[in-house]
Ligand binder design. Structure first.
Ligand code: DQA
Length: 146
């Protein structure tokens, strides 16, 4: 299967940005982790996409139709606002897992809503960047059962 990992706004600043919340490892380390775990979990390919722009994320999800088998997505701040990303995930019907580095359920009220969750079969949060490893493995497992 072919994996697409999508990261939303400010995830490119990992390691620099609020390290108490998001850790000291940088975005390059996250990419290395995703590629390593994806290979180990049996994915034939792993593409990592990051954008600070909502419409670009919608475009990337649309383009995944027919070329991608599973999506791991951390929509970052757009988690809490974007009906457009939710609708894109619903439109393409590609199995998806939602990931958050921090434990959003323990944070501000405005982070308690996730629109994207309604199009994902699982949510992983509060595990730091290791949450991506869990998400990738769980996605591989899910795809193998379809
Ligand atoms: C985040 C949580 C969001 O609330 C926040 O806007 C982010 C990152 C996380 O990974 O913990 O940018 O998605």
């Amino acid at each position: 299967p072919r994996l697409l990992v999508i990261n939303g706004p400010n995830i490119n600043l990992l390691g620099v940005r609020e390290p108490d919340l998001y850790g000291h490892e940088d975005y390059a380390s996250l990419l290395a982790l995703c590629h390593e775990v994806a290979k180990d979990a049996g994915f034939a390919s792993c593409e990592c996409y990051q954008s600070n722009h909502e419409g670009d994320i919608v475009d990337r999800i649309q383009e995944a139709m027919g070329t991608i088998d599973g999506i791991v997505i951390n929509p970052a701040a757009y988690t809490h606002t974007s009906v457009a990303i939710l609708d894109a995930l619903k439109a393409v019907q590609i199995p998806a897992v939602e990931v958050h580095i921090s434990k959003v359920s323990m944070r501000e009220d405005f982070r308690q809503v996730s629109y994207v969750r309604k199009a994902c079969f699982e949510t992983v949060m509060g595990m730091g960047i290791q949450g991506y490893a869990k998400a990738i493995r769980d996605l591989a497992d899910h795809l193998s059962r379809l």
